[in-house]
Ligand binder design. Structure first.
Ligand code: ZN
Length: 98
Protein backbone atom coordinates (compact mmCIF):
# COMPACT_ATOMS: atom_id res chain seq x y z
CA UNK A 1 0.00 0.00 0.00
CA UNK A 2 2.83 2.37 0.84
CA UNK A 3 4.59 1.76 -2.45
CA UNK A 4 1.65 0.83 -4.67
CA UNK A 5 -0.56 3.70 -3.45
CA UNK A 6 -3.47 1.30 -3.81
CA UNK A 7 -5.62 -0.13 -1.02
CA UNK A 8 -5.32 -3.95 -0.91
CA UNK A 9 -8.86 -4.24 0.48
CA UNK A 10 -10.96 -1.98 -1.75
CA UNK A 11 -8.48 -0.99 -4.47
CA UNK A 12 -8.94 2.76 -3.88
CA UNK A 13 -6.10 5.02 -4.97
CA UNK A 14 -6.02 7.71 -2.27
CA UNK A 15 -3.80 6.80 0.67
CA UNK A 16 -3.18 8.93 3.76
CA UNK A 17 0.43 8.69 4.89
CA UNK A 18 1.27 9.29 8.56
CA UNK A 19 4.93 9.76 9.45
CA UNK A 20 4.05 9.22 13.10
CA UNK A 21 0.99 8.40 15.20
CA UNK A 22 0.19 10.17 18.47
CA UNK A 23 -0.36 7.56 21.15
CA UNK A 24 -3.02 9.54 22.92
CA UNK A 25 -5.68 12.03 21.95
CA UNK A 26 -7.18 13.53 24.99
CA UNK A 27 -8.19 16.35 27.17
CA UNK A 28 -6.63 19.75 27.18
CA UNK A 29 -3.36 19.61 28.97
CA UNK A 30 -2.60 16.03 28.05
CA UNK A 31 0.46 15.43 26.01
CA UNK A 32 1.20 12.97 23.29
CA UNK A 33 4.24 11.14 22.13
CA UNK A 34 4.45 9.30 18.87
CA UNK A 35 3.78 5.58 19.01
CA UNK A 36 7.04 3.71 18.85
CA UNK A 37 8.23 0.17 19.20
CA UNK A 38 10.05 -0.28 22.48
CA UNK A 39 13.12 -2.41 22.84
CA UNK A 40 14.24 -3.71 26.19
CA UNK A 41 17.01 -1.42 27.29
CA UNK A 42 18.06 -2.99 30.57
CA UNK A 43 16.78 -4.64 33.68
CA UNK A 44 16.34 -2.26 36.57
CA UNK A 45 16.49 -2.85 40.31
CA UNK A 46 18.07 -6.28 40.18
CA UNK A 47 15.58 -7.84 37.81
CA UNK A 48 12.46 -6.38 39.38
CA UNK A 49 11.58 -4.43 36.29
CA UNK A 50 12.56 -3.71 32.77
CA UNK A 51 13.28 -0.40 31.16
CA UNK A 52 12.29 0.13 27.57
CA UNK A 53 13.51 2.62 25.07
CA UNK A 54 11.42 3.89 22.19
CA UNK A 55 13.51 3.14 19.21
CA UNK A 56 11.45 2.86 16.05
CA UNK A 57 8.57 5.19 15.22
CA UNK A 58 5.36 3.56 14.07
CA UNK A 59 4.16 4.95 10.76
CA UNK A 60 0.90 4.23 8.98
CA UNK A 61 -0.92 4.32 5.67
CA UNK A 62 -4.70 4.64 5.70
CA UNK A 63 -7.09 4.10 2.82
CA UNK A 64 -9.17 7.24 2.35
CA UNK A 65 -12.20 5.23 1.27
CA UNK A 66 -12.51 2.21 3.58
CA UNK A 67 -10.19 3.18 6.43
CA UNK A 68 -7.99 0.13 6.16
CA UNK A 69 -4.70 0.91 7.91
CA UNK A 70 -1.28 -0.63 7.64
CA UNK A 71 1.48 0.00 10.16
CA UNK A 72 5.18 0.23 9.50
CA UNK A 73 8.24 1.06 11.53
CA UNK A 74 11.12 3.14 10.34
CA UNK A 75 14.46 1.40 9.72
CA UNK A 76 13.30 -2.19 10.36
CA UNK A 77 16.71 -3.55 9.38
CA UNK A 78 18.20 -1.97 12.51
CA UNK A 79 15.66 -3.51 14.91
CA UNK A 80 17.32 -5.67 17.57
CA UNK A 81 14.84 -8.56 17.74
CA UNK A 82 16.66 -10.07 20.73
CA UNK A 83 15.52 -7.12 22.85
CA UNK A 84 11.79 -7.54 22.17
CA UNK A 85 9.99 -10.20 24.20
CA UNK A 86 8.34 -12.79 21.98
CA UNK A 87 9.72 -11.39 18.76
CA UNK A 88 11.36 -13.65 16.23
CA UNK A 89 12.31 -13.41 12.60
CA UNK A 90 10.29 -15.56 10.19
CA UNK A 91 11.99 -16.09 6.86
CA UNK A 92 9.98 -16.91 3.75
CA UNK A 93 10.85 -17.40 0.13
CA UNK A 94 12.91 -14.49 -1.21
CA UNK A 95 10.70 -12.08 -3.16
CA UNK A 96 7.71 -14.39 -2.77
CA UNK A 97 5.48 -11.43 -1.97
CA UNK A 98 5.86 -7.97 -3.40
ZN1 ZN B 1 -9.64 0.73 1.05
Amino acid sequence: MRTTLRCPKCNFHEIISLASIPDRVGDAGSYTKPVALGQQAKEVLWGLGTAFERTHLVQACICRRCGYMEHYIDSPETLDVSKIAGAKILVGEPDAFR
